[in-house]
Design a protein around this ligand. Structure first.
Ligand SMILES: Nc1ncnc2c1ncn2[C@@H]1O[C@H](COP(=O)(O)OP(=O)(O)OP(=O)(O)O)[C@@H](O)[C@H]1O
Ligand SMILES: [Mg+2]
Length: 217
């Protein structure tokens, strides 16, 4: 079943030196249970595309659908969760509070304990013991793992991750990839923008974004 779909997506950005046409008709589909990687040169528009696919930005033309629903505003986190390239942790919340936030915002889970889920992901990603720290008090790699835990914690229908291993080392990157792979194996449609071979090797297939369109690797 297709969980994420883009059809004919165009996006340009106005700039004093002239419009920058970044996406020129992107089509893609990711099915539930599938892990798809998106590669492409730096500046090719991977982050711009991820930002559109999670509803944080709108295409100039074309459509994005999450679970059959056309996106005009960001959908609930349990439907579509994102690990942005810039991480986007809330600076006024601790790491544990950031990770728990999507559960706390889900009306269906209000009042349910969240501690075990948070602790389990933090241990798996090697950031246990840092739950009481604020993002500014940990490294980028530790922040990135917290942002990954926050993205997967609800078991979203669609999971987007933008360079999820960019700040990670040889020990922490495989743990992050294992968490992403498990998300797909438990039913999420997972799309990951990445330059990292380790992530591509865990994928079911790879797409390439170049010259504004997506093609099969
Ligand atoms: N607001 C903007 N105004 C003008 N150009 C923009 C704007 N935002 C992005 N761009 C341009 O869009 C292109 C795509 O940027 P994007 O960040 O999506 O690339 P990327 O593929 O994610 O690169 P990287 O691998 O370095 O993360 C770049 O050439 C960038 O300069
Ligand atoms: Mg990017």
């Amino acid at each position: 079943m297709t969980a994420l779909r883009a059809d004919g997506v165009h996006r340009s950005f106005d700039h004093p030196s002239g419009a920058v046409h970044v996406l020129r008709g992107v089509d893609l589909e990711v099915a539930a249970g599938e892990l798809v990687t998106l590669s492409g040169p730096s500046g090719s528009g991977k982050s711009a595309l991820v930002t559109l696919l999670c509803g944080f930005d709108q295409p100039d033309r074309g459509t994005v659908e999450v679970c059959g629903r056309s996106l005009t505003t960001p959908p609930p986190w349990q439907l579509c969760a994102v690990l942005p390239q810039a991480l986007g942790l809330a600076g006024e919340l601790t790491l544990a509070e950031n990770i728990a936030l999507p559960l706390r915002l889900d009306p269906a889970r209000r009042g349910h304990p969240v501690g075990d889920a948070v602790d389990g992901l933090m241990a798996e990603l090697g950031i246990d013991g840092l739950g009481d720290r604020y993002p500014a008090e940990v490294s980028f790699g530790q922040q990135q793992r917290a942002a990954l835990a926050r993205a997967v914690i609800t078991g979203p229908k669609v999971l987007l991750a933008d360079e999820p291993t960019a700040h990670l080392d040889r020990r922490s990157a495989p743990a992050a990839v294992a968490v992403l792979r498990r998300a797909a194996d438990t039913g999420s449609a997972v799309l990951i923008a990445t330059h990292h071979d380790l992530v591509h090797r865990a994928a079911d297939r790879t797409l390439v974004l170049d010259n504004g369109i997506v093609s099969v690797h």
